[in-house]
Design a protein around this ligand. Structure first.
Ligand code: F6R
Length: 615
């Protein structure tokens, strides 16, 4: 949470900072601020509660002196409410040093007490201001920002990315990171810092990820990275393969509408180059190949939507690769005593690759001897670097806070992994493998067909904008989709929603059904010999008999649902395991359209941030 950007170079910094913050705003949007060393060599700071627009409108109305060194911040509040005073940057006591921060400094109360004892005063309720005052104090003694950082970071507990600049050191921005992300963008005569590459991808495609417990100093023509003790660290630049235009709305009403429209490409790009001659080829897993072949268990760790993708991965890995799979929420995993061993493969899933709960769970599993493989969408992400192997999804930047295209890309990556394991472990024969790969290959076109139902779903959503509660039911692979449909509706439209395994209804939730209760039902294909179709149709009848209003998501040609459904949304025919990749899309569109009908901001729902980098 919180987006951070830093710049030193040869052009006015304000435009670079605001552009970077706009691309990082998905990380938090409670307040925004910038600090620059202006042309007269003075530190100037501007910050406002509210979304970035509040700040930019003010800066447009009263332009400020710009410079070529600056830092910027967009906040998701942790310590202290979203007010002007608590917005970043925060200043050292002499007003010459400015600091921005992402993370939580857990021992800030003790540090603050110490500083108050020394006579320092504080203007905000934040943990960040403690770091600013400490840095100011050390700067006075060392006269150098990098040295001041080295003295301060050892005193801070918790998670932080900190960036600072000082009026007496124009052309220098210094940063440090522990358990929160930081990436350098390498330019010509200019350099950038950002929470992720989106902050500067429109200016440079070369980047360096900063490792754990490292300090970075950027100048227009040089970067220096050390560990917290000051030992030089070798850097490994990488090329960013995101098209900068992919992070713009491109004429769509929202990032979410655009990202849903990109789902066929997200699936196609995640498969691209990974299927050849009826086999899945994943060379990035070569280093862990023997462990994968011999694994006695797979443990999937993720949060939220990524965890629902993980549930689908379980069905695929068990069916195709014959390996037992457990799926756990990352934040529940490491606070008990989970049994993991050298033959456990931990697969973590994270769009951002920065989710603190998942990062900590991966580290915990690795320390206990598990082999770790991450499925991430953001290049250079911490979780990918902390894992033994990484399998990237290629969904492109996902800017809307609620995840859509990343979900279908995650499921695609998991299915590729499952089919890869199926051949490594000889669990599927050639024909079965080829059939599954053919189905996977046909998905982008089928997704395009689903997207054609958007208007119909928009109509449905508009008619339900006064709805106070919606239930979602599914069985087998339809169950994670019911959970995901409910999550999307809660977070986008602020409507009470719950997803259930349809078989669980009679064990309690059916008591919720009363006349008019809206219920979405994900209906499996009747063509599959093991199909749960008759059972789901019975479930529909049971709730229909109690007055529920049924919206069925069913495959084309399924007429058995017609007598019992009030509305039917059709998806193209595919094999059972692939249905969720299609049936999730109408639910995403529904939640988005219902939120839009209520006049809500679908890209930035209240209280949320895209990268959850605090526990
Ligand atoms: C919901 C949503 C979240 C994320 C979760 C994990 O729409 O986006 O539930 O899926 O916070 O985030 P990542 O995938 O970045 O680890």
């Amino acid at each position: 949470m919180c987006g951070i950007v830093g710049y030193v170079g040869n052009r006015p910094s304000l435009g670079v900072l605001i552009g970077g913050l706009r691309r990082l705003e998905y990380r938090g949007y409670d307040s925004a601020g910038v600090a620059m060393i202006d042309a007269g060599g003075r530190l100037s700071t501007h910050k406002r509660a509210g979304k970035l627009n509040v700040l930019t409108e003010e800066l447009t109305a009263s332009p400020i002196a710009d410079g070529t060194t600056g830092i910027g911040h967009t906040r998701w509040a942790t310590h202290g409410g979203p007010t002007d005073r608590n917005a970043h940057p925060h200043l050292g006591d002499d007003g010459k040093l400015a600091v921005i921060h992402n993370g939580i400094i857990e021992n800030f109360s003790a540090l603050k007490e110490e500083l108050v004892g020394e006579g320092f005063t504080f203007a905000s309720e934040t943990d960040t201001e403690v770091a600013a005052v400490l840095l100011g104090r050390e700067y006075r003694e060392t006269g150098d920002l990098t040295l001041a950082f080295r003295r301060v970071v050892g005193r801070l507990h918790g998670a932080f990315t900190l960036l600072a600049l000082h009026e007496d050191q124009p052309g220098v921005v210094v940063g440090a990171r522990r358990n929160s992300p930081l990436v350098i963008g390498l330019g010509e005569g200019e350099n950038f810092l950002g929470s992720d590459v989106a902050a500067f991808v429109e200016h440079t495609r070369r980047a360096v990820a900063i490792g754990q417990d490292q300090i970075v100093t950027i100048r227009p023509d040089a970067i220096e990275v050390t560990d917290f003790e000051g030992n030089a660290v070798e850097t490994h630049p990488f090329e960013i393969d995101w098209n900068p235009a992919a992070a713009d709305k491109g004429g769509w009403s929202s990032f979410m509408a655009k990202e849903i429209s990109e789902e066929p490409d997200a699936v196609a790009n995640t498969m691209r180059g990974r299927i050849a001659d009826g086999q899945v080829s994943l060379p990035e897993l070569d280093g862990v190949g023997s462990v994968l072949a011999d694994a006695d268990r797979v443990l999937i760790l993720a949060c939220g939507t990524a965890a629902y993708a993980g549930m689908l991965g379980k069905y695929a890995l068990e069916k195709w690769a014959g390996v037992p799979v457990d799926v756990e929420l990352s934040h529940e995993f490491r606070y008990r005593e989970p049994v993991i061993g050298p033959r456990t493969v931990v697969v973590s899933i994270s769009q951002s690759g920065e989710t603190m709960d998942t990062l900590m769970a991966v580290k915990y599993a690795r320390e206990r001897g598990a082999t770790t493989l991450s499925i991430c969408n953001t290049q250079g992400a911490t979780i990918a670097r902390e894992s033994d192997a990484a399998l990237y999804t290629h969904a492109g930047p996902e800017v809307a806070v609620a995840s859509t295209k990343a979900f279908v890309a995650q499921v695609t990556a998991l299915y590729l992994l499952a089919l890869h394991l199926a051949s490594v472990r000889s669990h599927l024969d050639e024909t079965q493998l080829r059939d599954a790969l053919d189905e996977l290959g046909a998905l982008p076109d089928k997704l395009r067909t689903v997207l054609e139902t958007a208007e119909e779903i928009q109509e449905l959503a508009r008619g339900m904008s006064d709805t106070r509660s919606v239930l979602f039911l599914g069985r087998h692979v339809g169950y994670p989709i019911a959970l995901e449909g409910a999550l999307k509706l809660k977070e986008l439209a602020y409507i009470h929603a719950e997803g259930f395994a349809a078989g669980e209804l009679k064990h309690g939730p059916i008591a919720l059904i009363e006349p008019g209760q809206r219920v979405f039902v994900v209906v499996p294909s009747p063509r599959d010999s093991n199909s749960l179709h008759p059972k789901v149709v019975s479930n529909i009848q049971e709730i229909r008999a109690r007055g529920a209003h049924i919206i069925a998501i069913a495959e084309q040609g399924d007429v058995a649902v017609l007598p019992f459904a009030d509305d039917v949304i059709r998806i193209p025919l595919t094999a059972a395991l692939f249905e969720p990749l299609l049936s999730v899309v109408p639910l995403q569109i529904f939640a988005m359209e219902l939120a839009a009908a209520k006049g809500l901001d679908v890209d930035q729902p209240r209280n949320l941030a895209k990268s959850v980098t605090v526990e």
